[in-house]
Design a binder for this molecule. Structure first.
Ligand code: ADP
Length: 262
């Protein structure tokens, strides 16, 4: 098929991004956006030039997680500039483009697809080492059409929880990637054990090692476990990236470990 001018624009813009990393999950609520934010900040703290793109229609939560709700991307000609923030990070979210919080939910498929395509083609990221993309949850039409818009993704990080490891959600995400020829960079087991708010020791809540076992069985890397830490919830509510404000915690160390192979 002939490339449209839009396709060429998208290709050009994405050529300036060295690594495109998709953050996926089999379903909502497993901490996908939390992981995406903390991985992006972890990379930025290593001195990398990082963009964070939020295309989760089910509640684009990145602006809230980073206290950027009052910001808007600047429009220059027919291009949009992502919102610049601390750590040299650049952020673009569907949330910036919606007037009301629940706008996205009522959009129909083609509108969603059009909005995401526009986000990808019209946003000028400049040169980036990493673009971390917070995907819509699941393996349905939405993540599928977004994935098809991103040329040459480096791969996907699949976020799960210990409870969901036993369900077919993870394997669905891995199959989704294989179908699209997107390498699986690895599985992250989030909410794995609980950090006691009193003594900061790790309390094992569920059977351990499920994510690792699942990774082995599906022949994909295991990137690590992130414990439940009440400070993560608190940081999210305050819009302050956990990994920056609580550097000395076990969970922050876990996030730093996850980005090592990326
Ligand atoms: P998703 O993007 O998968 O829907 P979110 O990232 O929005 O999930 O996380 C859902 C909720 O769980 C949020 O309130 C978030 O603060 C919390 N959360 C995520 N990961 C952790 C964790 N490791 N410890 C404590 N709370 C967490």
């Amino acid at each position: 098929a002939q490339n449209t001018p839009e396709d060429d624009k998208l290709k050009k813009s994405m050529e300036r991004v060295a690594h495109k990393i998709l953050v996926l999950s089999g379903k909502g609520g497993v901490g996908k956006s939390t992981v995406a934010v903390n991985l992006a900040v972890a990379l930025a703290l290593e001195g990398k030039r990082v963009g964070l793109l939020d295309v989760d229609f089910h509640g684009p939560s990145i602006p809230k997680l980073l206290a950027l709700e009052d910001r808007k991307p600047e429009v220059v000609g027919d291009a949009m500039l992502p919102v610049s923030m601390d750590y040299g990070m650049k952020v673009m979210s569907l949330g910036f483009l919606l007037n009301r919080k629940d706008d996205a939910v009522i959009w129909r498929g083609p509108m969603k697809y059009g909005a995401i395509k526009q986000l990808l083609t019209d946003v000028h990221w400049g040169d980036l080492d990493y673009l971390v993309i917070d995907f819509p949850p699941g393996t349905g039409d939405e993540p599928l059409s977004v994935a098809q818009l991103i040329p040459d993704a480096d791969g996907a990080v699949v976020v799960t929880t210990p409870q969901d490891v036993s369900t077919i959600d993870v394997s669905k995400s891995v199959t989704f990637c294989r179908h699209l020829k997107i390498p699986v960079l690895g599985i992250v087991e989030n909410m794995s054990g609980l950090i006691c708010p009193h003594c900061s020791k790790l309390i094992e809540l569920f059977k351990q090692g499920g994510g690792e076992e699942m990774a082995k069985r599906m022949d994909v890397p295991f990137l690590g476990r992130i414990p439940i830490d009440p400070k993560i919830v608190q940081s999210s509510d305050e819009g302050r990236p956990f990994i920056f404000h609580h550097k000395d915690t076990e969970a922050a160390a876990a996030f730093r470990q996850v980005v090592q192979p990326l």
